[in-house]
Write a protein that binds this ligand. Sequence first.
Ligand code: HEM
Ligand code: HEM
Length: 339
Amino acid sequence: MRTRRYGAIKLGSQTNVALLGLLAIAFLTGWLAFAFGTAPARLSLIVHATGGVAILLLLPWKSMIARRGLARPRGGRWASIGLGMLVLLSIAAGLGHSTGLVLSWGPFSSMEVHVGAALAAIPLAVWHVVARRVKVVRADLSRRTFMKGSVALGAAAVSYAASEILVRAATLPGGARRFTGSYEAGSFQPAVMPVSSWMFDAIPVHDPDAWTLRTPGREWSLRELATFDDRMIATLDCTGGFYSTQEWTGVRLDRLLPDIRESSIRVVSSTGYDRRFRAGEAGSLLLATRFGGTPLDAGHGFPARLVAPDRRGFWWVKWVVAIEVDDVPYWWQSPFPVQ
Ligand code: HEM
Ligand code: HEM
């Protein structure tokens, strides 16, 4: 009887510790995938999805723990239940997005719900781990535990691979996702390209005659900028879950900053939003005033927006009013915008 009880406790603490590790992996790899607009995003998402599926596979064990915990008379149960609901909501929205079966929840995309629920779960998860502390004993770190963990992860990886094959075999919309997980929308059709902004930026409306762009040593009117005809075909891949390829027209930043000696370029929006780039990138960045031959509209950044190929959408600063140069290192900024 005593061994059975010890066995149950051990399995309980192992499940909880495994969940902690998997949640940490899911958070880390989710953000890592957002940090890349190139191939490493896929690698990160494979680990991410495997972690997410492993959390689901642990559900039968965790529900036994939860039932036992709920039977105890103590405070804080609603916080634990809230955590459960948010994690399940995040996983459901993640799967809805990846399969393509559910791509929106009212005004929000599944990807926004997915990340939003995960962010909302953070304080509850921290509280939960502190309030429902588990004791890890030496026996938990055995070879057997390691083997069990590997089997669970292997099962999750196989389930994820099988789901990806199934999505393609059943020709679900998810089969057409880009390597970042995003769906195509409005490519080469500026009029139907979705509008999205980081978090809660409202769309500012600029008077084209009053608007100016400030660069080191001079100001440009929109009319002056419109005389440039540098073109670039580039894909905006939004962290909200869509991508759109357009032909962008405007002026390359190395033309606006011909004798740059400083180490970084700061592109500033009229909303105060800004992103910093390495000086060496000036030749591959475009300040666009048009897409698909038509002027930008307010939602897409009129009068001028940045085009930053191979970078996720939040680098493509809209409503640009200033391009500055200085010696602050380009990496001296939050990896993701905070406003
Ligand atoms: C996917 C993430 C998780 C969810 C959804 C979840 C949910 C729950 C729920 C609903 C309960 C029962 C109510 C309660 O006792 O407050 C519970 C209990 C518990 N959880 Fe979690 N939990 C998660 C992760 C974790 C982690 C990472 C740990 C620790 C590392 C942990 C440790 C515990 C402990 C020790 C109990 C109490 C069990 C008992 O009293 O017998 N949980 N959890
Ligand atoms: C509670 C934490 C999280 C869990 C458990 C989780 C789990 C999942 C799951 C199960 C999927 C579906 C994978 C599939 O079968 O294709 C998914 C997709 C995705 N998640 Fe998360 N996730 C979490 C947080 C995040 C965060 C914080 C981000 C970004 C900052 C993120 C970004 C993504 C992306 C981009 C996809 C789409 C992948 C694709 O379609 O290929 N996730 N996630």
